[in-house]
Design a protein around this ligand. Structure first.
Ligand SMILES: Cc1cc2nc3c(=O)[nH]c(=O)nc-3n(C[C@H](O)[C@H](O)[C@H](O)COP(=O)(O)OP(=O)(O)OC[C@H]3O[C@@H](n4cnc5c(N)ncnc54)[C@H](O)[C@@H]3O)c2cc1C
Length: 400
């Protein structure tokens, strides 16, 4: 395929979000090109735990809760029919998800948080005590006190969902170019007119930055922080029921663990050694990090001491000041749109692709995208902690 000179829409980033937006726009008749600097799903989308967690974070704040649930509940509905729509199985399993309290303090907090969530309209969430939790997952150790349980959370194979969207986009004539890095977005008289890449220049009517953690390298006016996380996969554990779970152990947030269809246990979000902003883009793993991951693993599960870890990796997700992504036109620049800042994209990417395409083709999405307006961060520099990891950021923003 010849490298094009011009197109209607350029999407920067071939992750789950870029491909979801690309599919929905191509389906609506736009002429789309997805440009990815490495391979499809080579960023966070091919490196995550696959948990579909409708309400991440433990905020006791009505607005924060609804700003996530209003979209993630719709996302869940969409996921139910998406494999058929895309003609691609991405192993979606609505198996339920548990957010585990590992201390008395957290358990006491959950006893207040869950009734509060119900009061603001989150009817699905259930408080389960230690015994009920152990009935759900017998391999949990005695460190657990109880959990917040959501029966409609689930797991999926993120790599497959990413590829499924890309293939479906291609069916609607979208073009995908990998190993194509955008070096610069070209702006002339306040309008984005094209991109310079390592393969040449492409002119476009609309440029969408879906590079997530890398998005601020191309649009520095929007402050999105890269956040490196590590993940490990064990050999097959037949006895463990399939649940997606999160927990905080030793102030480390473990927010990704699912048992894959094959029976392997994938645990993500374990301690990272990265501290400086630039280190959060490093995707290799140190032996220390694998050891640290194993130690935490053995604290949470009993009887898994002899289970081998067969694979491990790191990946970079994105973090914003309010935990919500940035979606919409970039202020003061025509033709430039951003869809980035996802820390839990599985619960958002499909529905956001649809809403963005509605916004860009009809001028009105079926659910407002206002809570994600990039203006809220535009040119507002945040004094992030100089050295950080997930826990430090969550505490900095009080999103424990
Ligand atoms: C270890 C780990 C565990 C996680 N667990 C979960 C989980 O269980 N559930 C959940 O919902 N979320 C989880 N996440 C987060 C989730 O992976 C992300 O929210 C999601 O993948 C974001 O998708 P994306 O398409 O926006 O970003 P990405 O998949 O990162 O895609 C961005 C793409 O842009 C490309 N790119 C960057 N710069 C350029 C450029 N200049 N030119 C061209 N291309 C460029 C990158 O190569 C990349 O492929 C986890 C993340 C990690 C790292």
């Amino acid at each position: 395929m010849n490298f094009p000179k011009s197109t209607d829409v350029i999407i920067i980033g071939g992750g789950l979000v870029g491909c979801s937006v690309g599919y929905q726009l191509a389906k609506r008749g736009r002429d789309v090109i997805i440009l990815e600097m490495r391979n499809l799903a080579s960023g966070a989308s091919g490196r995550n735990g696959g948990m579909v967690t409708q309400l991440d974070g433990r905020d006791k704040n009505k607005e924060a809760i609804l700003n996530r649930l209003n979209y993630t509940r719709e996302n869940n509905k969409m996921l139910a029919g998406l494999a058929e729509e895309l003609s691609y199985d991405f192993e979606y399993n609505r198996c339920g998800g548990i957010d585990i309290a590992c201390s008395e303090e957290e358990w006491e907090y959950f006893k207040k948080l869950v009734p509060f969530q119900k009061e603001v309209g989150d009817e699905e969430v259930i408080l389960v005590d230690k015994q009920q939790l152990k009935d759900l997952c017998s391999l949990l150790s005695d460190i657990v006190w109880g959990a917040r349980y959501r029966p409609t959370d689930g797991t999926l194979n993120p790599f497959k969902l990413n590829i499924g969207f890309a293939l479906a986009a291609k069916k609607y004539k979208a073009k995908v170019f990998t190993e194509t890095k955008i070096e610069k977005i070209v702006i002339k008289h306040g309008t984005a007119i094209g991109v310079e890449t390592n393969n040449g220049y492409i002119q476009a009517n609309l440029i969408i930055n879906a590079a997530n953690a890398w998005a601020p390298l191309l649009i520095p006016e929007i402050d999105i922080l890269p956040l490196r996380q590590v993940a490990v996969v064990t050999e097959r554990i037949p006895e463990l029921p399939v649940y997606s779970f999160e927990a905080i152990i030793d102030r480390q947030v473990i927010f990704g663990s699912t048992q894959q269809k094959s029976g392997n246990l994938l645990v993500g979000g374990l301690g990272t050694q990265a501290r400086k902003r630039e280190d959060h883009y490093k995707e290799d793993l140190s032996p220390y990090e694998i050891e640290g991951s194993t130690a935490i693993f053995n604290i949470l599960f009993k009887g898994l001491g002899d289970v081998n870890i067969i694979r491990s990796w790191a990946g970079t997700m994105a973090f914003t000041a309010d935990g919500l992504p940035c979606i919409g036109p970039i202020p003061q620049i025509q033709g430039l749109y951003i869809v980035a800042g996802f820390s839990n994209g599985m619960a958002f990417a499909p529905i956001i692709g649809k809403l963005v395409a509605e916004d860009l083709t009809q001028g009105k999405p079926s659910i407002t995208l206002k809570p994600f307006n990039p203006e809220r961060f535009y040119n507002k520099k945040i004094s992030w902690p100089d050295s950080y990891n997930y826990t430090v950021l969550a505490e900095f923003l009080e999103r424990k």
